[in-house]
Design a protein around this ligand. Structure first.
Ligand SMILES: [Zn+2]
Length: 580
């Protein structure tokens, strides 16, 4: 009797415990983001965001969160991975699965991707939406952690919410979306480490756009097709069309990124050219297609978050269905680049190939400003205007360079070698001191920006001339053969003329200044003797004199000095050598 009584008691207790467990499970199902808990015009803080993912990961074997490197803020960069099969070894995963990487909060004042990603990961973890079969979703919760911690309510002056957000500059006030090659920040170095660990097949970077007013909430900025190159360029174009159609089926209209500033886009516009300093430009160097999602800043925050969520989910589904094709095209694409003889350094808009589409904009007019006597642009949001516009999204190669067989770098340029290593560039170390003939590039001309830009007075329009020379290389110096997967990164960073080369980002400014000079009152006599001995030099001097009767005094002496054996060897001599 007593036992039966106790039995009943235990049964009762069991029900209560089971009931509680169910309640806990249900509560977990309901785990909400700070955005959802708030008034839908508020974005998560950095601390809340990381705590959210940690909580999600603690309750699910499908979600993994790990630290990858450090950022300038002192906090580590996080990588969050969702795989329904609970495998998180990327080497194993890349053999069978396609991998999507979403980067959020590079500009923390543009935070909808941060909030949308949290909801998307939660919905995947709790199987609220269709789970991918062939794809693993990875994301960076907040890339610019320092900027996110620098929370404020005023730095996005014209933006329609959220109420508070992070700042664009990182902990050291760099714009991270210019730092993908020059690498001034720890964030960029950690991103590279993470990017090569994950080796994504598709990349998404989330932003907000501000250049003009129009009806769309959603705009997309895919990496430029001609710059990306043929095999993936064609596939990405198909992706773009299909994904836009899939969004349209959900009632979401989208447009290519509206690349105008302070004028009505109904007059037409061109595609933004995302060079390798930008996120998608950098990922394209490693044969990863992708886009920046740019929502429109004047639309309500909730609408921007909701459409970003739909866009991310649609891309995930689409990549999942096209996983095999994407992966095989990436391999084809890497081989396509390896067979090229010339590398395109710059592109220009090919205006002969414009495309037309119906753009859903607003009428606008110029009105008298109330500030002073001038006309200001005013959009008339009550007058939607659909116009067929010209869109210029095809680019032609403007300047190119022959791809050398290899570059040779002396070990003393350790900073450069470290950048290459971090980017998975295969290096061959010279085993013993060796002399070999290389092509030496001399900087013939370059311009320097008048204003500081992202911590630099960068160079542009760099011109070089080359000369074959025999050089002694020492044990430990490295040879970088170009026919490898990282060919594009190697060419864009090591070719001095490339717009985002290490040279143009000031890594070699020390060679641009002479360390020794001459004393004119003494050199005068030596210069005269030099011209008597060197008739070629004399002919050069005479030809300049004929063109310029004022060619005398210091400029004349300097010309003779610079063309004599007394000029120091390293001046203007680019210390990254080529094996042609
Ligand atoms: Zn942005």
């Amino acid at each position: 009797m007593e036992l039966r009584k106790y039995g009943l008691f235990f049964l009762l207790i069991s029900f209560i415990i089971l009931g509680c467990t169910n309640q806990i499970k249900e509560a977990k199902d309901e785990i909400l983001t700070p955005y959802e808990l708030g008034n839908q015009n508020q974005t998560t803080t950095y601390e809340e965001c990381i705590a959210f993912y940690k909580e999600l990961a603690s309750g699910s074997s499908k979600l993994n969160i790990q630290n990858i490197g450090i950022t300038d803020s002192g906090w580590p960069l996080h990588l969050v991975t969702f795989n329904p099969e609970s495998e998180f070894n990327f080497k194993k995963l890349s053999a069978t699965k396609s991998i999507v990487l979403i980067n959020n909060g590079i500009h923390p004042g543009e935070p909808e991707g941060i909030d949308a990603s949290m909801m998307l990961m939660r919905d995947l973890v709790y199987s609220k939406i269709k789970l991918p079969k062939n794809t693993v979703l990875t994301l960076i919760p907040i890339y610019n952690i320092g900027g996110s911690l620098n929370r404020n309510t005023s730095s996005r002056v014209n933006q329609n919410g959220p109420e508070a957000y992070g700042f664009r500059g990182n902990a050291l006030n760099y714009d991270l979306n210019r730092d993908f090659i020059k690498n001034d920040t720890e964030n960029a170095k950690s991103f590279q480490q993470l990017f090569h660990l994950v080796n994504p097949d598709f990349f998404i970077d989330t932003h907000v756009s501000n250049g003009a007013d129009y009806q769309y909430t959603l705009t997309h900025l895919y990496t430029q097709e001609d710059k990306l190159g043929k095999p993936l360029g064609a596939l990405q174009n198909q992706f773009k069309k299909d994904i836009s159609t899939l969004l349209k089926d959900q009632g979401i209209e989208s447009t290519p990124y509206v690349n105008v500033f302070n004028r009505n886009p109904k007059e037409g516009f061109s595609q933004f050219y995302d060079s390798s300093r930008y996120s998608t430009g950098y990922t394209a160097l490693f044969h990863t297609p992708g886009l920046m999602i740019e929502t429109h800043m004047l639309k309500p925050y909730a609408q921007r978050v909701s459409q970003t969520y739909s866009f991310l989910k649609t891309i995930l589904d689409y990549v999942d269905q096209n996983s095999k094709n994407l992966k095989s095209t990436r391999l084809k694409h890497a081989n396509y680049w390896k067979t090229k003889t010339y590398y395109p350094l710059t592109h220009r808009i090919d205006s002969s190939k414009s495309k037309q589409f119906l753009f859903k904009g607003y009428a606008s007019e110029f009105q008298e400003s109330k500030l002073a006597e001038y006309q200001r642009l005013k959009y008339l949001q009550d007058r939607p205007e659909n116009t067929v516009i010209n869109y210029y999204n095809r680019f032609a190669v403007e300047d190119s360079v022959r791809i050398p067989q290899a570059f040779v770098i002396k070990s003393k340029y350790a900073k450069i070698i470290n950048h290459l290593k971090r980017n998975q560039v295969i290096l061959e170390t010279i085993e013993k001191d060796t002399v070999f003939e290389v092509q030496v590039e001399y900087i013939q001309d370059y311009k320097t920006s008048r204003n500081p830009y992202e911590g630099h007075y960068y160079h542009y329009q760099t011109q070089t001339r080359s000369k074959a020379e025999e050089i002694i290389f020492q044990k430990g110096d490295v040879i970088v053969y170009t026919r490898q997967n990282s060919l594009r990164y190697v060419m864009e960073s090591l070719e001095a003329r490339a717009p985002n080369s290490f040279f143009n980002w000031n890594y070699f400014d020390a060679i641009l200044q002479r360390k020794e000079g001459f004393s004119p009152y003494v050199f005068e006599d030596l210069a005269f003797d030099l011209l008597q001995e060197d008739l070629i030099l004399k002919a050069k001097v005479d030809s300049v004199k004929r063109l310029n009767p004022n060619f005398k005094g210091y400029p004349l002496l300097n010309f003779i000095f610079r063309n004599s054996k007394y000029l120091e060897k390293d001046f203007m001599r680019y210390p990254i050598y080529k094996i042609p």
